[in-house]
Design a protein around this ligand. Structure first.
Ligand SMILES: *[C@@H]1O[C@H](CO)[C@@H](O)[C@H](O)[C@H]1NC(C)=O
Ligand SMILES: *[C@@H]1O[C@H](CO)[C@@H](O)[C@H](O)[C@H]1NC(C)=O
Ligand SMILES: *[C@@H]1O[C@H](CO)[C@@H](O)[C@H](O)[C@H]1NC(C)=O
Ligand SMILES: *[C@@H]1O[C@H](CO)[C@@H](O)[C@H](O)[C@H]1NC(C)=O
Ligand SMILES: *[C@@H]1O[C@H](CO)[C@@H](O)[C@H](O)[C@H]1NC(C)=O
Ligand SMILES: *[C@@H]1O[C@H](CO)[C@@H](O)[C@H](O)[C@H]1NC(C)=O
Ligand SMILES: *[C@@H]1O[C@H](CO)[C@@H](O)[C@H](O)[C@H]1NC(C)=O
Length: 296
């Protein structure tokens, strides 16, 4: 019974470790991508002209993504808005806190979109595009503060160059992705675009047919799962073995220490019986002092 229980625990632990390994091995983490892109923009623009959109070159293992940045004076941003990349930001937006200059970072994830962003039961039919607004101090193009803004008038409109419906007769919908993997669906506007009142990432989706994923993908997934499982399992087993060994060593040390201690304190002799050490009383024990003194 006990043995069965401990194996069950080992199995559960190794299963959870293996799923962790699988998740890590994919590594399409939105937050680290954002950090990387913003850092890239920060480093490759030294003295940009205000009002000019700059395309930021990306390393070859990001081919397919687009990144661009524009630096604006907040005053002109408020009076004229900004019409760059896939976003038309109307006038009257009020950034918070107020900084003299701001920088808008635009992203288009291109063919990487579906690796980073997923909507359950829907498939993306357009690349994911996004924008975010930062302060832009003189010392760096992209400051450390992300700015909020409030919209009183028209919302921001988003358009997509490429919507791939491929004969799907489902009605496409706009999707807005939150920071933590959350998303919100919305109808498209009459002009086949999307609108928003906040910054973030956006795309267009259609309901996906409930088809099973292609065998090849399944096979790869299975292989990853097996690798993760075996890795996790071997890890846990060796951990258990190591812990058992350590426990044994500690136990042995303790026993030895106890034996030494007992040898010091109690004037017992030991004899070996079979393989175990047994104490035997020697002939002379502690004198029964009290008894002698008060003896009549
Ligand atoms: C996206 O396309 C480019 C070529 O245009 C390619 O180099 C890159 O590997 C593709 N990325 C993905 C994730 O398929
Ligand atoms: C924004 O720019 C696009 C072209 O880049 C243009 O077609 C569109 O009319 C502009 N929108 C406004 C409101 O100026
Ligand atoms: C920032 O640079 C602009 C010119 O590029 C200059 O007019 C302004 O005084 C500078 N601000 C600070 C705080 O250095
Ligand atoms: C850009 O670089 C400056 C220093 O060079 C740094 O203070 C700032 O936090 C960086 N911005 C981002 C978004 O990494
Ligand atoms: C921006 O708004 C979010 C929530 O809407 C808040 O958590 C954050 O502190 C705000 N940032 C600034 C700079 O006001
Ligand atoms: C994710 O963030 C949104 C706001 O952007 C919030 O409404 C939602 O509760 C968050 N969800 C989780 C699971 O944290
Ligand atoms: C979205 O569109 C559907 C029809 O395509 C309509 O029934 C629904 O009321 C619309 N929702 C909103 C919020 O406009």
């Amino acid at each position: 019974m006990e043995l069965y229980k401990s194996w069950y625990v080992i199995l559960v632990i190794s299963l959870s470790i293996s799923s962790f390994v699988v998740q890590v091995s994919y590594g399409f983490d939105i937050e680290s991508l954002e950090t990387f892109l913003h850092d890239q923009a920060n480093r490759s623009l030294l003295k940009p002209q205000t009002g000019t959109l700059y395309n930021i070159p990306l390393p070859s293992n990001f081919t397919g993504m687009e990144l661009s940045v524009v630096r604006l004076r907040t005053g002109s941003f408020r009076s004229r808005g900004a019409n760059f990349s896939s976003f038309y930001i109307p006038p009257q937006l009020k950034p918070n806190p107020y900084m003299k200059r701001l920088a808008i970072v635009y992203e288009n994830l291109g063919n990487w979109s579906s690796l980073y962003y997923k909507v359950p039961n829907y498939s993306l039919v357009a690349p994911v595009v996004g924008f975010s607004i930062y302060d832009s101090p003189n010392s760096s193009v992209i400051g450390s503060k992300k700015l909020n803004f409030s919209i009183k008038g028209d919302p921001i409109s988003i358009w997509f160059n490429k919507i791939e419906l491929e004969g799907k007769n489902e009605t496409p919908k706009c999707v807005k992705f939150g920071d933590n993997g959350s998303f919100k669906l919305k109808n498209m506007t009459k002009t086949n675009g999307c609108v928003t009142k906040g910054q973030g990432h956006f795309s267009i989706v259609v309901p996906s047919q409930p088809t099973s994923p292609p065998m090849k993908k399944k096979g790869i997934l299975l292989i990853w799962w097996l690798i993760g499982f075996c890795g996790g399992f071997i890890g846990v087993v060796s951990l258990v073995l190591a812990m058992t060994a350590m426990f044994k060593i500690v136990k042995k040390k303790k026993l030895e220490a106890m034996e030494k201690q007992s040898e010091k304190e109690v004037p017992f002799d030991s004899i070996w019986i079979g393989r175990s050490k047994m104490p035997t009383a020697s002939m002379v024990r502690t004198q029964p002092a009290l008894e002698q003194e008060y003896a009549p």
